[in-house]
Design a protein around this ligand. Structure first.
Ligand code: ADP
Length: 433
């Protein structure tokens, strides 16, 4: 053959090999992006490595940080299954050298190399001749080694082989790291779920255990308050007030539990929202007066009738109003308004209080979340009121949100459907002209 043709053919063959290599790399990358299961991915990576470098076997060893040894994580090649429980020390081993020096190593005659660890060959009755090993790196840390064994052609390992092995080792390292992170995330989720369960159990037991003695305290304190006058009477009023506050905290805990266990079902009734708003607002007027706050009501003539669970809507409004009074300084203003908009009732509670930063607009509706950390906070509370309010509103298929300017005030908006959403009966639709 004309030497020029021969050269051309060789170049074409070289290019074909490169294309095959690139195709494999792209395929591995695609799989890497689409799966998080480590085993099949490592399988594809080491199979690609043996095929592209034309070698007899391939293995991935991972560093066990506790024992400081390398462990076979994935292998390919005859009899390699037997390696699952075999470990390789970092001292006096080729893989150990690669981990410590953090660079690839190419050995044409393994048996004559003093670092060669013959134990592995003995275990699976294998005959190692040549080795190409590359480190598996995650960021700056070496987590293991990929080794290709016994080049099957006469030329021995080439620079191309080192490049192929290094690229595939990088992909294997990413896959291993992804799997580790996923594992960590899963464990964190499990821990959180367990904590949540413990918290719910605690809330459940505590609220149950506290209710009975508190009922006794409230009963006796009310009775004595009627009987006693003067300074002792005033002191009893304080006892009574504190006991009532305690009861409202326990009620919050119980309500939350009911939401959690799905016991919180709606007892619908048609009632006037206007009346309910006036009733709840009146309950807070005394408290607001004590802080020299003005409370105003802005309600339409319409009674704003609604088909909903009155007690639960009461809770929603009471929680929002109690916050408005609590987080508004002396001489501030609280305004409650409501109106009908289409098939919904819109209720707004505005205050001129401390306000809420935008980053907390969602989080204040989470359980136990308070803008100020509980230990340093100036206001009483457990951070449960708004999460209860949100659950109750959502049970009604309604919406609740806040708009606020820090230092100026907040506006909580509650939107409730006037009647529960019902499918239009088919018969009715059919008879509509
Ligand atoms: P609590 O009032 O018991 O702390 P909530 O769930 O009712 O719990 O409210 C959560 C947090 O949202 C409050 O701790 C407070 O930081 C913030 N917040 C609620 N309402 C207001 C308001 N009207 N003005 C300012 N901050 C508020």
């Amino acid at each position: 053959m004309d030497p020029r043709d021969e050269m051309l053919e060789q170049r074409i063959a070289g290019l074909e090999r490169r294309i095959a290599y690139l195709e494999r790399i792209v395929k591995v990358s695609q799989i890497l992006n689409s799966t998080l299961s480590l085993e099949p991915l490592l399988g594809i990576i080491i199979q690609s490595a043996t095929e592209l470098t034309h070698t007899e076997a391939c293995s991935i060893m991972l560093l066990d940080k506790r024992t400081g040894e390398l462990r076979f994580a994935h292998t390919i090649g005859e009899r390699s299954e037997g390696l699952r429980n075999v470990t390789v020390p970092l001292d006096n081993s080729i893989a150990g050298w690669i981990v410590r020096k953090r660079k690839p190593l190419l050995i044409r005659d393994a048996k004559s190399d003093p670092r060669w660890h013959s134990q592995v060959d003995k275990t699976i009755d294998f005959d190692t001749r040549s080795i190409l090993g590359v480190p598996l790196k995650v960021k700056d840390e070496v987590i293991g080694v990929m080794e290709l064994l016994n080049k099957l052609d006469d030329h021995g390992f080439s620079q191309d082989d080192i490049q192929i092995a290094s690229t595939l080792a990088a992909q294997a390292a990413i896959a291993i790291e992804n799997a580790r992170l996923l594992d960590e995330l899963q464990r964190a989720y499990d821990d959180l779920a367990e904590l949540d369960r413990l918290k719910s159990d605690f809330v459940s037991v505590a609220s149950h255990e506290l209710r009975t003695p508190l009922a006794v305290i409230l009963g006796y304190a009310s009775f004595l308050r009627e009987e006693v006058s003067g300074e002792a009477g005033e002191q009893l009023s304080i006892v009574l007030q504190s006991a009532m506050r305690l009861r409202s905290i326990i009620d919050d805990m119980v309500n939350l539990r009911h939401v959690d266990t799905g016991e919180s079902q709606l007892q619908r009734d048609i009632f006037s929202m206007k009346e309910l708003i006036s009733e709840v607002t009146n309950e807070f007027v005394q408290l607001a007066k004590a802080k020299q706050q003005t409370v105003t009501l802005d309600l339409p003539d319409d009674p704003l009738n609604i088909d909903a669970d009155r007690q639960k809507i009461y809770l929603v409004l009471a929680n929002i109003l109690s916050n408005a009074v609590k987080f508004t300084p002396g001489a501030g203003r609280v305004q409650v308004s409501a109106y009908r908009k289409g098939e919904e009732i819109w209720i707004a509670v505005m205050d001129t209080g401390v306000g809420i930063p935008e980053r907390d607009y969602q989080r204040i509706f989470d359980r136990f979340y308070q803008v100020e950390p509980s230990l340093t906070r100036r206001y009483e509370g457990m951070g449960l009121g708004l999460s209860i309010a949100k659950s109750m509103v959502e049970l009604h298929e309604g919406r609740i949100w806040v708009d606020s300017v820090v230092g100026k005030g907040s506006r909580f908006t509650v939107v409730l459907p006037i009647s529960p959403f019902k499918e239009t009966p088919v018969a009715k639709l059919a008879s509509t002209p």
